[in-house]
Write a protein that binds this ligand. Structure first.
Ligand code: FE2
Length: 118
């Protein structure tokens, strides 16, 4: 748990967001660990297991990113802008802003209203 504010004052949305983000961080860390173990394993069977496990962690990362996209509109907007494009990533923001439809994410809200009622 990584709560920086009084737990009792946090909404269920904030708690769910924390859970998703903490889990994503753990999955990314595990991906890194398995990849390093894959690279250094000398036993071929163990090497294969490490690679398999790394790839499963990547799957878990993708599931959590998709949860964030579905539940936090700003993630949805940014992922739609940055994923699956061949554009230079440093130029995506400029093209999104120029398009004018969505603009930069709101800075004062996580916009997780869609979590309400869950
Ligand atoms: Fe995992």
């Amino acid at each position: 748990m990584s709560f920086y504010e009084p737990y009792s004052e946090l909404s269920q949305e904030a708690k769910s967001l924390d859970s998703a983000i903490a889990s994503l961080m753990e999955e990314l860390e595990a991906t890194n660990w398995y990849h390093q173990r894959y690279e250094t394993a000398s036993d071929s069977d163990l090497k294969e297991i490490m690679l398999h496990n790394r790839d499963e962690e990547i799957e878990h990362c993708a599931m959590l990113i998709e949860w964030l996209r579905r539940n936090v509109p700003e993630f949805d907007r940014e992922l739609r802008a940055y994923l699956f494009t061949d554009d230079r990533l440093t130029e995506v923001e400029a093209s999104v802003t120029a398009a004018g439809s969505s603009g930069p994410p709101a800075r004062n809200s996580l916009g997780i209203g869609s979590l309400r009622g869950r």
